[in-house]
Design a protein around this ligand. Structure first.
Ligand code: GLY
Ligand code: MN
Ligand code: MN
Length: 450
């Protein structure tokens, strides 16, 4: 079946669920309708006349895969939902064609000559607006803009994915895998710069920079220690001085739905520290797979995050980086080597918000998923291990405890770090608790190249 046929088959049910859920939210908030704004073209700078591509409001893309300015989905308390689109007459620029047409048979469209014409088409009564551009709400005389309680309720609807959304997320993984494979091939072939590798990724996925869910993280050697390394190096390494590690964290989109995938590659190098790094790489791959296998409905995600620290402590002890796994966890050492969260909810935003309603415990400040694991959630599992001097320095300078082998840490620092990230769907089948969206397309999370 083609993607279009699959999405055409699944979309009506997605729409039905969405309408029912929105009607309930509108009733709870005593609203007659909500206007979900797609977005307004933003100037790159006030000094010039160029505009950024639209990054659509996720609440809007929950309904339609449009990335164009001055469009809206209007949902009425009666259950009527429709799309308003301003006809584009500019001869300078034209927005992207819709990525799919599967929604058109189910959702009515009303063309507008200009945005302000929408006002007379809206139902009378209490209206709310959701979107970035508050001036667009003012043009419609809607006073309630991005009400926190309303937005929180709409965000909550995006936590549990419908079969349509899962199909989009799976396709976003398939597309990203083409890029990951192309970058791995290019890295294995020779000494490309980070920019070269980034461009190879875009070429292979057929998606331009603004369509990717986030700026590709392409990090060679020590740059892998910068968690979001996006200031790509332009230099190709001279022969014999090729960086040995590549951390690639890059995704794709399908109908606005994101994939978020990290792979770490290592060119086999000689020397004792290289063999420890290769051991750590293999250990992180096993650790990530263990965590995926331990996802269970009913477990707090934060418990899985804590478990990732216990496993990392064991790996560091096994490889001689620390003396004691337990002390490494208890004394915060694993948190210096692995400062980010185990993962986050994934959907129309790379960092979806609906699973982060509670604050994590103090020692997990960057954990973005504090929900209890439940069927139809989609989240990432992305443990990491890095050599980040600014985090290690305070520990190094504290009274020497003998806990960390600093000489070994120094020798490993040029390799930067490791992250392995898959996207998983939680199922309601205890025999198969997750559907890993990434591994069928990219079986290896880490790879040592010969
Ligand atoms: N790509 C950003 C993240 O993994 O959260
Ligand atoms: Mn992620
Ligand atoms: Mn990522």
């Amino acid at each position: 079946m083609t993607l279009e046929a699959t999405l055409s088959a699944l979309y009506p049910d997605h729409l039905k669920r969405l309408v029912a859920a929105y009607v309930a939210v509108l009733e709870r908030h005593a609203l007659d309708a909500v206007v979900l704004h797609g977005g307004t073209a933003q100037k790159r700078t006030l000094a010039d006349d160029q505009y950024w591509p639209i990054r659509p409001t996720p609440h809007f893309q929950h309904w339609v895969p449009l990335a164009e300015p001055d469009a809206a989905v209007v949902v009425e308390a009666s259950g009527r939902a429709w799309v308003a689109r301003v006809a584009v007459t500019s001869f300078w620029e034209h927005p992207f064609e819709p990525e799919g047409r599967h929604w058109e048979a189910s959702l009515a469209q009303r063309p507008l000559a200009r945005w302000s014409d929408l006002a007379e088409q809206l139902p009378k009564g209490r209206l709310a607006f959701v979107g970035d551009d508050l001036a667009a709400a003012a043009e419609l005389s809607i006073a309630q803009r991005n009400g926190a309680a309303l937005v929180a309720d709409l965000d909550a609807l995006r936590v549990y994915k419908t079969p349509y959304e899962k199909a989009c997320l799976r396709e976003a993984n398939r597309r990203a895998a083409l890029g990951h494979q192309a970058v791995l091939d290019a890295f294995a072939r020779g000494a490309e710069s980070e920019l070269d590798l980034h461009l190879a990724y875009l070429g292979a996925t057929g998606q331009d920079d603004p369509e990717t869910p986030y700026k590709n993280i392409v990090a060679l050697g020590p740059h892998a220690a910068t968690l979001h390394h996006v200031s790509y190096g332009r230099h190709r390494a001279p022969r014999g001085a090729r960086p040995e590690t590549l951390l690639l964290d890059a995704g794709s989109t399908c109908m606005g739905y994101c994939s978020d995938i990290t792979r770490t590659f290592f060119r086999d190098a000689r020397g004792a520290s290289a063999s420890v790094f290769a051991e750590l790489l293999g250990g992180m791959e096993a650790l990530q797979k263990t965590l995926c296998a331990e996802v269970r409905v009913g477990t707090p995600y934060e418990a899985l995050h804590d478990r990732s620290h216990a496993l990392l402590g064991e790996l560091l002890a096994r490889c001689g980086v620390v003396q004691s796994a337990e002390r490494a966890v208890d004394e915060g050492v694993t948190r210096a080597f692995y400062p980010h969260g185990l993962g986050h909810s994934l959907g129309l935003q790379c960092h979806d918000v609906g699973c982060a309603l509670l604050k994590p415990r103090g020692e997990n400040p960057f954990l973005r998923n504090t929900s209890v694991i439940a069927p139809d959630q989609v989240f990432t599992i992305e443990p990491g291990l890095y050599f980040i001097e600014s985090l290690l320095k305070p520990m190094r300078e504290a009274a020497p405890s003998g806990l960390v082998d600093w000489q070994l840490v120094d020798a490993l620092t040029p390799f930067g770090g490791i992250r392995i990230e898959d996207d998983v769907v939680v199922t309601d089948d205890p025999a198969r608790p997750i559907d890993n969206l990434t591994r069928p397309f990219l079986p290896d999370g880490a790879k040592v190249l010969s």
